[in-house]
Design a protein around this ligand. Sequence first.
Ligand code: GMT
Length: 374
Amino acid sequence: MNIGIVCYPTFGGSGVVATELGKALAAKGHCIHFISYQQPVRLGSFLENISYHEVNVSNYPLFDYQPYELVLASKLVDVVKYEKLDLLHVHYAIPHASAAYMAQQILKSEGIDIPFITTLHGTDITLVGKDKSFEPVITFAINQSNAVTAVSESLKQETLEYFKIKTAINVIPNFICIEGCEHPDTDEELKNSIAPNGEKILAHVSNFRKVKRVKDVVKIFAQVRKEMPCKLLLIGDGPERHEAEVYCREKGLSDDLKVLGKVKDTERILSIADLFLLPSEFESFGLAALEAMAVGVPVISSNTGGIPEVNEHGFSGYLSDVGDVNEMAKNAINLLGDEEKLNQFKLQAFNQAKKFDILNVLPMYEKLYKSIVK
Ligand code: GMT
């Protein structure tokens, strides 16, 4: 099939999922056209069956805000026509679904039929989606989609609760490529440089937005550090990063904190960790937790949104109520302090991640594509 994938090119989960999906589809022989305002970070260099079409946003001085949705829709019309696409798959409803609808209508007026699938990722529905000013457009664009998917059952239910949705929502979970994670080469040099005396390593990956509760990450770490020598790796960047760093300075934790910023090879870095922390206020899925589990790192998380569909309590890690830092720290201390149990959880985390192997998930997307392409 000839498929156009529209996504955000950044480090966020929806862009990662869209890019990895496109790469996997291309490896199976489909022709994939990524359409975005920048080359997606996970795309890397040239790959067979993949092309990238950039949406050029001009900065005409009249516009305080550039009309991205319009240039995206125009780009979609162009790519669909000239690359003869069979289907558009847009990741993240805002503004991708409405841009796809606009392109679809323009093409229809020229006698070209192009179906589009919208994949809901989370904040498009839960945070921004609840902002009433977006609601009519999101509801309309979702309902006009030829098919809709959500990355967890929880997100599907949230969507149905907040929007009047008439289209069926298919749950297709996020995925991980297990091949290559099975025997990850632990980067001993990196491990020694982070924890030279064999300290336990806790890790957190996110975009450091409020919803991630990064302060809770640091508070959990502070409690664990009272009980055993340990290090905290903070991976990613965003508005809450500075506050977390300041907190560490004030509490005298900085010597055991390593802030890595945005990195592309998260798996390599995560594979040196003993525990992953995800205390978010909300997660539709929690892809970062799945990425940690795939390299055998158990997860201490909140029990919100779609996280319980990914992290199994008492198996791949532990779940607690949002904000229950004390319980999260207690679970972390128990696990890290018992080597045998920790190793068992590391294995179980990997086994849990296997359920989300791309080999199981890719056919679900392909089946859906076939059902809407004439
Ligand atoms: O987590 C974010 O803030 C980024 C956001 C995105 O769209 O990139 O992530 C959402 O989509 C991911 C991929 O489907 C999910 O794993 C995340 O749980 C979800 N984030 C939230 O729901 C807060």
